[in-house]
Design a protein around this ligand. Structure first.
Ligand code: HEC
Length: 90
């Protein structure tokens, strides 16, 4: 019984820890999303070497998604646009 309780405790810690990490670190998640989605066809430095306005990043990301078929959902595109506008904005 004791070990079951311990296992439950660990499981709970993992779940709570994960939720807290997500809440505290949305920028980190957007960054890894960007690194994952935007490095398939060219290096991320093609993006990070530039500064653009939010509108320009929107246009760029949508061109990658709709023009070249970068595989990502609308929500993911939105998160990447926000991340780039914040961290590589003009
Ligand atoms: C399916 C392949 C592909 C993926 C995935 C991709 N790109 Fe591109 N990207 C291209 C191609 C092809 C070019 C060169 C042609 C051009 O500039 O339109 C390019 C060029 C660029 C440029 C330089 C031109 C400019 O407009 O400044 C940037 C910045 C860029 N990509 C950002 C991104 C970002 C951000 C993502 C992730 C959302 C991404 N790319 C994902 C294919 C891709």
């Amino acid at each position: 019984m004791k070990s079951v309780a311990a296992l439950l405790g660990i499981g709970l810690l993992v779940i709570v820890g994960k939720a807290a990490y997500g809440a505290d670190n949305p920028a980190g998640e957007a960054q890894s999303l960007f690194e994952k989605k935007c490095s398939a066809c060219h290096s991320t430095s093609r993006t990070t070497s530039q500064k653009k306005t939010a509108r320009e990043w929107e246009r760029t990301v949508l061109r990658m998604k709709n023009g070249y078929g970068a595989p990502m959902s609308d929500e993911e595109a939105r998160a990447v646009i926000d991340y780039l506008a914040k961290n590589h904005g003009e």
